[in-house]
Structures are given as C-alpha cells and as structure tokens.
Design a protein around this ligand. Structure first.
Ligand SMILES: Cc1cc2nc3c(=O)[nH]c(=O)nc-3n(C[C@H](O)[C@H](O)[C@H](O)COP(=O)(O)OP(=O)(O)OC[C@H]3O[C@@H](n4cnc5c(N)ncnc54)[C@H](O)[C@@H]3O)c2cc1C
Length: 434
C-alpha cells in the first residue's frame, strides 16, 4: 500500500486528489492537506472585491467533499518537508510520512518588495486570496461613496495580469452604471511591455484588442511601469513619476510557500519548484509539483521583470499529468508517462464584453520560436463563457471529477487544445517499491 499526499486544496490540488483517488486502487491512501477549510475558485475573487458576487458563491466546504469522494482530509498547514525521509511536518507539530507528495500550494505574496505595498499595513488592496478580496470589497464600497483616482495594476515581477485588466474594466463599468464615472480617473500600471501582453509575447491580436478597449473606456495605461513606493494617497514609479490614488488594487509578484523556501534543494530562491517533464522534482523522485508552485521561467527579458502566467487551465493540465504519472509509478496503469502541453485558454471578463486569449502553447518552441497558434477574440459571449466555465468547474468539484473525457474532447474540438501528451520515448516506469 502506498500513501500519496496532495498539499493544497486549490484549483490544482483538489482535482488532483480526486484524479488520484479514481486512478489508484482502494488499497492506496490519498490524503489532501489544506490550511483552508474551504476550496476557493480564485478567478471569482475579482467579482467578490467589486461586490458583484458574495465570497460563498465561489467556495465549497472541503470536509464533506473529501468524505464523499474517498479522500482523507487533514486541515492543517504544512510547515516542513524532509524529502530524504519523505516526511511532512504540520503546524500542529504532527508529522506525516508519504510515498509520493504532490505540492499544489499556489502562491505566497511578495508585498515586502515595495515600501507601503499590500493590504497588511500598506496602502494597496489585493484580490489574490479570499481575505484580501473581502478587505478590497469593503474599501471599494467606501470608495464608491467618494470616488477619486483609481489605480490598478501589477508589481514588478508579477506573472498574473489578467485579474488587473478585469478589475479596472469591470470597475469602470460599475462607475458608469452608478453615474460616478466622471468623478474617477482610471490608471493601469503594469510591468508588461504593452497592454494585453499578459506575460506571453506575440499572441495575435491581443495587444490591438486590449489597448483599443482600454482607450475606449478611458483607462490611462502605463506599460513598462515599475512601482517603487506607495503612500496613503499616492504611488511612485521608479522613474520618479507620482500618481495620486484614492483606491489602488495592485497584484503582487508571487513566491512559493514558506516551507518550500525553507527546504534546502526543494525550490529556487523564490520558492518555486523545478520539475522534469513528468512534473517530478529532478532530485527527489517522490516529490511532484503543479500549479503556481512550479518554476516556469519567463524566457524573455523586458525593462521591468515579469513572470510567466500559470493559469488555472495550465494548473489543471499539470495536475492531470501528476496524477497519471504517480499512478504509472505505482503500477496502477500501464501507459506512457505524460507531460502537460501548457496550451492556455484564458477567458477575461471586462464588464459588458470580454476577450478570449489563446496561446498554444504558452512557451514557443525553443528551436523555431513559434507556437502552433495563438489568438485573441473579443465579444460578450466571452463573459458568458467565463460564467459557464466557473459553474462547470464548481459542479466538477462537487461531483469529485478532475478533467472528464468530454471536457478534453470539447477543448480539442472547440479550441484545438490538448491538455496533456505522452512523453515521447519515455520508459515505462517500474512500480515503486513503496
Ligand atoms: C485574482 C485572480 C484571478 C485569476 N483569474 C484567472 C482566470 O480568470 N483564469 C485562469 O486561468 N487563471 C486565473 N487565475 C490564476 C489561477 O487562479 C491559478 O492558476 C490557480 O489558482 C493556481 O492553482 P494552485 O492550485 O497552484 O493554487 P491555489 O488555487 O491558490 O491553491 C493553493 C492552495 O494551497 C493552500 N496552501 C498554501 N500553502 C499551504 C500549506 N503550507 N499547507 C497547506 N495548504 C497550503 C492555499 O491556502 C490554497 O488553498 C487568477 C488568479 C488570481 C489571483
């Protein structure tokens, strides 16, 4: 019998635990460790912060889900990992031994990188966690009573930009609907080289559509912007420019979870985990990683550093590969090992319209510098698509499904996107001795 542990019950961890439970025979244990009692659909937090939907619309209680779907749940925070001993330490002081661990702990937030930055004692809001989004909502409702300069954006080193565009354009629509638009100036500060880059260069049509929409809605854009300091009423850039702000929502750069940063050899300096094509750690074969926890380097250099986005759908694909490869290692399935294709589809909601960004794959072929394809399309249907996807994802989490065959078929038929592929010439792994 093997014990497989998944750390983190977010967009990556919960479906991966479900997938493992379905792939592995009952004699193997699957344990999910979560520091949060609830699953949160993180993309919904933009709507929470803008008071469009309540937080509980995007959350599910983990305990009944785990019980119903045969996963053991431990409500705790992992504080230590010993990859040689294959042992985890929890914040309760308890230890837990594993045969395989899948790390899906998402981001921690680099608010300490800029003076005055962030919601913990600083002067900007964030929408990256449920608590941040709730605090951002309270301040947003206050802002609507007395609007003024609204500044939205991302800090140097950030790799997740879509939510900043969603926030500024959805805020713009709300201000218009409430007759307050002329009382607020809107500015987007981003380290991206141009608006609509989103951490991925040369996506056909993305710059043109995004810039045109921001222009039409009267949002001033500062690309290549490096926020250097924040004070209660202003934001200062590294070139000395200072912008007034009455409300600022700035996405931070991400790091990995603290225990990854504190375990020698597990992650890089930022706490992101290096992986092989199997999403297995190169030095610790019992350790797998997925989602934001994985080290995916941005291949290009810009004036202001940026990361590579790790989208929800890329995370799901990584989780599929991880659960499949662990099942192969344990001899539960006899198939070639898999790797995620990192072909990304992103539905971005901008109020009464939206833009679908597709990059297949996110990283171009290193030899040719080309992708299979990429495009961006705009339309109101993108907003409906995003809502449908959110409802579908929440339903899957209730039903204990990761990525069913019909979803894979649909993604291939509609968008031409595959989530995983067999690793060419991968040797069939022998079952672990565990
Ligand atoms: C505001 C926002 C909007 C977004 N919108 C989109 C979108 O529209 N489309 C899209 O594709 N992507 C979107 N993304 C990106 C998407 O949310 C991420 O790709 C996805 O959440 C990554 O999944 P994950 O499992 O790596 O991390 P998460 O979903 O963040 O889950 C990590 C979980 O691990 C838990 N955890 C952390 N440390 C520990 C520990 N030590 N012990 C136990 N548990 C721990 C956390 O509490 C959390 O529950 C958005 C991101 C943000 C911040």
């Amino acid at each position: 019998m093997a014990h497989v542990v998944v750390i983190g019950a977010g967009l990556g961890g919960l479906p991966t635990a479900y997938d493992l439970r379905q792939l592995l025979p009952a004699q193997h244990r699957v344990t999910l460790i979560s520091e949060q009692p609830k699953f949160t659909f993180i993309p919904g937090l933009v709507r929470v912060a803008l008071d469009i939907d309540p937080l509980d619309h995007f959350q599910l209680d983990l305990a009944p889900l785990a019980r119903r779907h045969g996963v053991e749940l431990i409500a705790a925070k992992v504080t230590g990992l010993n990859p040689q001993a294959r042992r985890l330490t929890l914040d309760s002081g308890q230890t837990l031994d594993y045969d395989y661990v899948a790390i899906a702990t998402g981001p921690s937030f680099a608010f300490d990188a800029i003076p005055g930055f962030g919601p913990h004692g600083g002067y900007t809001h964030s929408i990256c966690s449920p608590a941040h989004a709730q605090a951002a909502r309270t301040a947003w409702l206050d802002f609507l009573k007395n609007p003024g300069p609204l500044v939205v954006g991302a800090a140097p080193g950030a790799g997740c930009f879509g939510p900043a565009y969603e926030f500024v354009l959805m805020a713009e629509q709300i201000l218009r609907q409430q007759g307050l638009r002329d009382r607020a100036s809107l500015t987007l500060i981003t380290p991206e080289p141009y608006a609509g880059h989103l951490g991925v260069s040369q996506v056909s049509n993305a710059q043109k559509l995004t810039e045109a929409l921001l222009r039409k809605r009267g949002v001033e854009v500062i690309p290549n912007g490096a926020i250097a300091a924040v004070s209660p009423g202003s934001i200062t850039l590294d070139d000395g420019r200072t912008l007034p702000q009455r409300y600022a929502m700035i996405l931070p750069a991400f790091r990995g979870a603290a225990f990854i940063q504190n375990t020698p050899g597990l992650g890089n300096a930022k706490g992101f985990i290096p992986v092989l094509p199997t999403y297995q750690h190169p030095d610790f074969p019992s350790v797998y990683a997925l989602g934001v926890a994985v080290n995916l380097a941005q291949p290009e250099q810009f004036r202001v550093p940026i990361g590579l986005p790790k989208s929800g759908q890329m995370t799901e694909a990584m989780g599929m590969a991880v659960s499949h490869n662990i099942a192969v290692q344990l001899g539960a399935i006899q198939k070639p090992l898999q790797t995620p294709t990192l072909e990304a589809i992103c539905f971005a909601e901008f109020g009464d319209t939206g833009i679908l960004y597709v990059a297949a794959p996110v990283l171009p072929d290193p030899a040719t510098g080309k992708r299979r394809y990429s495009y961006a399309i705009q339309g109101r249907w993108v907003v409906w698509g995003k809502t449908l996807f959110e409802q579908y994802f929440m339903a899957k989490m209730r039903l204990g499904r990761a990525v069913p065959w019909y979803e894979r078929l649909g993604l291939r038929a509609i968008f031409g996107v595959d989530l995983v592929r067999p690793i060419a010439d991968a040797p069939q792994q022998s079952p672990a001795s565990a």
